[in-house]
Design a protein around this ligand. Structure first.
Ligand SMILES: *Cc1c(COP(=O)(O)O)cnc(C)c1O
Length: 231
């Protein structure tokens, strides 16, 4: 990559971060909420460590990745340099990656089955470490999509919080591509209220303003910050 291209990319990432912070604050205020109640998560999957560094140097600290291996390659180094960097796992987690994941991530947003909750419990018994956890809900009940079905949510909440005493803090969803996302955001917010869960990870590039109106505490934005994915 030419030096010139890198410079253009750097300034674009800066502009995108600023523009989104402004839009998020505005949407929060319109919704009668505090701007600080909503956090911008910069989703850096498939983007280089250099791009993440630009965001860090701009003062941004909250990032999302959807694969454990890729996240480890970038963020083990970065977390040493930036102690207050916070990293969320937003992709499916296999039980054989749990040990690595609980060390690397500050929040795992994709708890979706009892077996995974038990694997995290077992690793916590050994290491004493456990990130905050959110349950991913398959609000659209799509067969191919990760997440617990709404009808099974109560049991999974009870297992995580009451039986295993895991630090369950929120819910996350990815609405179906062709549905009105607001319906799914409203459903997720209702579920979170019912279970007294504080955090709601919902809303992406095209629908984060609607998600904020309905209570999102974390909006996940990738392409609109870092540009088109590199691979
Ligand atoms: C990739 C991803 C995002 C961000 O998507 P973009 O299209 O890059 O903005 C948000 N949430 C999840 C779960 C993702 O995997």
């Amino acid at each position: 990559m030419s030096e010139n291209k890198v410079n253009i990319e750097e300034s674009l990432i800066r502009e995108n971060l600023l523009a989104h912070s402004d839009k998020i604050s505005a949407a929060a205020i319109v919704a009668g909420r505090q701007p600080n109640d909503v956090q911008l998560m910069a989703v850096s999957k498939f983007h280089s460590i250099e791009k993440v560094r630009v965001a860090l140097e701009e003062g941004h600290r909250l990032f999302g990745e959807n694969r454990v291996q890729e996240a480890a390659q970038k963020y083990l180094v970065l977390k040493n340099e930036f102690q207050d960097l916070r990293l969320h796992l937003i992709g499916p987690l296999q039980t054989n990656k749990v040990r690595q994941a609980i060390i690397l991530f500050d929040v795992i947003e994709t708890i979706d089955r009892p077996r995974l909750a038990k694997a995290i419990f077992n690793e916590r018994e050994k290491s004493g470490i456990c990130p905050d956890l959110y349950i991913q809900v398959n609000t659209g009940e799509e067969p191919q999509k990760a997440g617990v079905l709404p009808e099974n949510l109560d049991d999974l909440v009870n297992l995580c919080r009451d039986d295993l005493k895991l630090p369950l803090k929120g819910l996350m969803c990815i609405p179906p591509a062709n549905d009105e996302p607001a319906l799914h955001f409203a459903l997720l917010a209702t579920m979170a209220r019912r279970h007294h869960l504080q955090f709601l990870s919902m809303g992406m590039s095209s629908d984060f303003e609607s998600a904020i109106k309905l209570g999102a505490t974390h909006v996940r934005i990738g392409t609109n910050i870092f540009g088109a994915r590199e691979s």
